[in-house]
Design a protein around this ligand. Structure first.
Ligand code: ASP
Length: 325
């Protein structure tokens, strides 16, 4: 997958003035702007965001809600055993357990989340049930699994043969250095704006590969991994969760947009803050995507290599985000 990404993409630089009007350049080296951003729009992290967007945009084009679009979109990725960073086939923790984290949020402030969920391949759908069927926002661990089973989700083994083999290889050294970049993570975060002007977001992951048992990152945390506000816009994160939690990353991106920054400027300001909070950022990757309520969008990352997928009108495109280094 990594190989494919590298050959497919060519880096482009997204100019701030261009982004402020909701346009961007294709990443295959053409400099054709996609003009006139109109509803609906869907934006997702990484290459696998393309698959999520295809399902999500179809829902949006049929007048479906942003909430359905983001949930059904990321489920495609959760169900794909070849994506080893999300759902079925996700890399396990250092003890061999696949543990999943996810959250979902609507622009009116409703949200739901699960963390440290085992044996259920669609944590995003469980998070939605938490939002819709309980008085709570976040349920974790065995409680989340119990709730999922009560809601009719099926228990299954999520550790695929391919991921088990990689885990066994890792065990030979067992060295854990949370170097996070496109090789060993890839949370899917998806943001959508529907035809009624409502926003929603979803974020789902198996977290950092070989993490400590019980470790939870930013992805299931509202404000860190995801934040959505119909009055302003939405943002989501990928990368080293600890760095994103420390800065309440996604909420800060939305607040920066509230204060007038363009989506890319807002993502960049929070990346700068993260940079300032860490002594050594040579191995640190964090990337944000943002979608404003008028359909303008942007992304930014610390290190190069962060890709995001955009779906709107009849087009699906993959972009390389501008990065700090
Ligand atoms: N943010 C995720 C985590 O720290 C990792 C990722 O983006 O893949 O768990």
């Amino acid at each position: 997958m990594l190989q494919k990404r590298r050959t497919f993409l060519k880096t482009t630089s997204l100019g701030l003035s261009v982004l402020a009007t909701g346009t961007a350049y294709r990443c295959q080296g053409k400099s054709t702007p996609i003009a006139n951003v109109t509803h609906p729009v869907i934006i997702s992290t990484w290459d696998h965001g393309m698959a999520a967007n295809k399902v999500g945009l179809n829902i949006l084009k049929n007048k479906g809600s942003a909430l359905d679009a983001v949930e059904k979109g990321v489920i495609v990725v959760e169900n794909d055993p070849t994506v080893q960073t999300v759902g079925l086939g996700g890399f396990p923790d250092r003890e061999g357990n696949v543990t999943l984290d996810a959250c979902i949020m609507k622009g009116d402030g409703q949200c739901g989340s699960v963390a440290f969920l085992q044996d259920i391949k669609n944590p995003i759908a469980v998070a939605r049930k938490v939002m819709e069927k309980t008085p709570h926002i976040m349920i974790v661990g065995s409680g989340a699994k119990q709730f999922a089973l009560e809601m009719g989700f099926k228990e299954e083994n999520l550790l695929t043969e391919a991921s088990r083999k990689k885990y066994e290889e890792w065990l030979k050294t067992g060295v854990y250095k949370p170097k996070i970049n496109i090789e060993n993570h890839d949370t899917i975060s998806t943001l959508a704006l529907d035809a009624n002007g409502h926003l929603a977001g979803a974020c789902t992951t198996s977290g950092a590969a070989w993490k400590m048992h019980g470790r939870v990152g930013d992805s299931p945390l509202i404000a860190a991994g995801l934040f959505v506000d119909d009055e302003v816009g939405a943002a989501a994160a990928t990368g080293l969760g600890e760095a994103v939690i420390r800065t309440a990353g996604s909420a800060m991106v939305v607040e920066a947009m509230r204060h007038g920054q363009s989506p890319e400027e807002a993502c960049r300001s929070v990346c700068l803050r993260i940079k300032d909070k860490h002594k050594d950022i040579s191995d640190l990757q964090v990337g944000f995507i943002a979608l404003r309520k008028d359909g303008a969008y942007g992304a930014y990352s610390l290190q190069p290599g962060f890709t995001y997928a955009l779906g709107q009108n009849e087009t699906h495109e993959l972009y390389q985000a501008t990065s700090m280094f």
